[in-house]
Design a protein around this ligand. Sequence first.
Ligand SMILES: [Zn+2]
Length: 335
Amino acid sequence: MTQEELSKVTGLAQSTLSKAENGLRPLPTADLPTVADALQVTPQLLCWDDDVYGFGSASFFHRKQQSLSQRTLRKIQARINLLRMRIHRLLSDIDVETILTIPRIDIDDVGGAYEVARKVRAAWRMPMGPVTNLVNLIESAGGVVARRDFETHRINAISIWHPGSGPLFVLHSQLSPERQRFVLAHELGHMIMHEGEPPRDTAEAEADQFAEELLMPAAEIVADLADIDVRKAAALKPYWRVPMQSLILRAEHLGVISQSRCRSLHAYMNKAGYLTVEPNPIDREEPQVIAELVRVHLNEHTYSVPELADVVGLPNNRFPAEFPMPEAQRLRLVR
Ligand SMILES: [Zn+2]
């Protein structure tokens, strides 16, 4: 919401809101509930003093899209910051045991993004072949994965990693299940290779290379890719669980097909409408950690929904829209 919009909804002067937002003059306590109401948060949330991070800081990774408006960007940024603060609070009284850790690897030390992916596969003792469930893997290494609607197709995912907690990966909820896997692998690459480092022009290409090698290891996939065409890509997809488009590109990058062959397959995919919706959809990998945090609070720590909503600064009725409710809790609400 712009200050002007908020001013209209709350009846407070824009100058009052502006000064409060810039930290020049605190919002009068009496006005807190009005503003909180308009923003669909609790008054307490407005008093949280967590750091807020902006895009462009090294903490945020997203694929730059030139035509994305500043306003949309700021809105997404705000939602991600809020989600991060909320997850932090949900995690504060629960120990999540992880069996793996997400490493930091210096890409220049190991000689390239493909090699970084091989190191991660080795460190995580991943079996040969396709990655069964990337979301589970990342969450068992201390990452948190969430799906949110960004209301624009210009951003696929955002990841952020702050000291003291695991990285947070927010995926656009409108990604297809197979695309979601590639995008998540790409983001994981950023966290492992680029997080907290000075920006580099090659970062996007490196994250793609990392994703390719993690999901489609060269040594194991190269034979499968021989003579690849669109029909074969569709047949390979349920096994490798990646977009047909990624399989075709992988074949080109491994020198199995020429660049011009890749382009003509791409044109065929486009004509068939497969660049928008691919055939042979796969099952979606659903994040578990946030749902589990909610479940433990409600079912084991006996929080009521209003109490837990309060922890994350949401009005009661907004909680189920923002967080997944466990089965048992749904039943209890009906009773
Ligand atoms: Zn990226």
